[in-house]
Design a protein around this ligand. Structure first.
Ligand SMILES: [Zn+2]
Length: 182
């Protein structure tokens, strides 16, 4: 795969999950230690191990230093319907990183939000139609119940509701919203 089949964006910091965070080379002699530009604002250790960054990223993502900032490259989206593109744009606005894995029959999109206990989900898109088939989102991370939807409109509604829980739930938010019976 050549480099231009990837879309590049600044790598998120999984510790502070601040959208403004940038991971830059640390000022130590070790080039492999990264410095988060936002972590100190949250009273957190600024230094990040690249392995920590790697650990929360879905497979298929590549990392590269560009203009002195750690960037991640995600496989470019395949040819899909405009409606599907709009749903993926919406999910990106909600703070998720969509990672496409294309195949002849069905495209699979992994959705990951940065941060500890970050939201997670996936979406399936018909390769021929370019239409969304179904999706499941786990607003409170992999350990909590997921919410599923089938068909383009239901999936769009599910994604639109994501602002209700938010990809970066604050303390206590996880208990209140997930009306799961215990
Ligand atoms: Zn940070």
């Amino acid at each position: 795969m050549s480099a231009d089949t990837y879309e590049w964006r600044a790598a998120p910091c999984s510790e502070c999950a601040d959208p403004a965070a940038r991971l830059v080379p640390g000022d130590s002699d070790r080039a492999d230690i990264l410095l988060c530009t936002r972590c100190p604002a949250y009273g957190r250790l600024a230094y990040r191990d690249p392995a920590d960054v790697r650990a929360v990223l879905p497979s298929g993502v590549v990392l590269a230093m560009r203009d002195g900032v750690l960037h991640l490259g995600v496989p470019a989206a395949p040819d899909v319907s405009a409606y599907t593109r709009s749903v993926v744009a919406l999910v990106t606005e909600r703070g998720f990183l969509p990672v496409w894995r294309s195949s002849a029959r069905r495209h699979h999109v992994t959705l990951t939000a940065p941060g500890p206990d970050g939201a997670w989900g996936w979406m399936e898109v018909g390769a021929r139609s370019g239409r969304i088939l179904r999706a499941v989102v786990y607003p409170h991370g992999r350990g909590a119940p997921g919410i599923g939807a089938a068909g383009p409109r239901a999936v769009r509604q599910l994604v639109a509701r994501l602002s209700d829980f938010g990809p970066f739930p604050g303390p206590g938010a996880a208990e209140g919203e997930s009306a799961a019976p215990r």
